[in-house]
Design a protein around this ligand. Sequence first.
Ligand SMILES: N[C@@H](CCC(=O)N[C@@H](CS)C(=O)NCC(=O)O)C(=O)O
Length: 318
Amino acid sequence: MITLYELHWSHYCEKIRLALHYMGLKWCMVGIDAFNKSQLHEHPLPAHLPGHTVPAIHDARTGRFVMDSTPILRYLAANYPEAPNLFPGDQTNREAIDAKLVEFDTLLGIPARRFGYTQVILECPDLLADLFLSHRGRGLFSAPVLRSVAGACLGILLSKRFAFHRSESLGLYEALEAYLLQLAAQLEGRAFIVGDMFSAADIAFAAQIRPLTVVPFFAEHPRLQGLFERHLQTIARCGGESHFLYQTGIANARKHKPPVRRRLRTLTASLPFQSHGDLSANDQNHIWTWGMLAMPFHYFVSLRSGKVRQHLATANVR
Ligand SMILES: N[C@@H](CCC(=O)N[C@@H](CS)C(=O)NCC(=O)O)C(=O)O
C-alpha cells in the first residue's frame, strides 16, 4: 500500500492523486498539518530540498519514502511497470515527458500557485482558515470573526512565504500569459502533450493549471480556453475532483461581489524560475525574517494595486 502525504488543495499533490488513480494502484492519503508537518518528520529529508514538502509518498512494499512530485512519478513508473505507463514510448519520448514534468513544476506550478492564492486573498481570505485550520481549535476558526482574523494572518504568512506582492512588479502575470500562449499554440490540434500517447505530462499539466481557473486574467483569456478544456478532460479521464474547496468558495463569493480583475498592461517579461537539472525549482521563502515587518503593508496595499472589482472584463481590465 502506498501512503500519500498531502495538502488536499495543493496542485502538486493533485498531480500524484491523478497519477495513482490512472495507474490503478492501491493507496491511501494522510493530510498533513501544514504548520508543523509532524507526519513527515520521521522520514529523512532529501538532500535537494530545503524542508519537508508535500506531496510525499511512503511505499510499504519497498519501504521507500519519496518526496517531490516529479521524483514520485519517476518512482511509481519504475516500481510498478505492470500498471498503465506514465512514461510511454521510446527513450526520446520518455525523456521529453520527463523534461515537460520539470518544466511544468517550475514554469507553471510556481506562478499558478502564487496567482491562485492571491485570488483567494483578494476575494475571500476567510477561506484560508478553512483550508489550513479546519482540523485545529475544535472548529473555533470557523466562527465568523476568528475566521476572518485567521484568514488575514494566514494570507500575510503565505504572502511572505511565496512573495505574492512581487507578482506585479516582476511582470509575472504577463510572463505566464506569454508562456501559456506559446504552449497553447504548440498544442493546437494535438491530443497529448508529448507525442501521440497520454502520459504523466498530461496529468501534470491538468493539475498544475487548476489554480488559474479562479483567476479571471487567465480563466477568461480568449486564447487560453483550449488549455482549460484540456485540463477538464484529463481530470475526468483520471477520476479527479471537478472542483476544489477554493474553487467553490470563490464561486460562492462571486454571487455576492464581483470578481477581482487586473488592469491590463503591455509589457514583455519572462518567468524568473529555473529548474536544476532534472529537478524542479521551489520558491518557498523563510517566513520569520525582518522582511516580515513589511508584510502587513504588502498584504493590505501592494497586493491590491492594479486590481479592480468588476463583473465583466473590458478592453482594459480582465
Ligand atoms: N517541487 C515540489 C513542490 C512541492 C511544494 O511546494 N509543496 C507545498 C504545498 S503546494 C508545500 O509542501 N509547502 C510546504 C511549505 O511551504 O512549507 C513538488 O513538485 O512536489
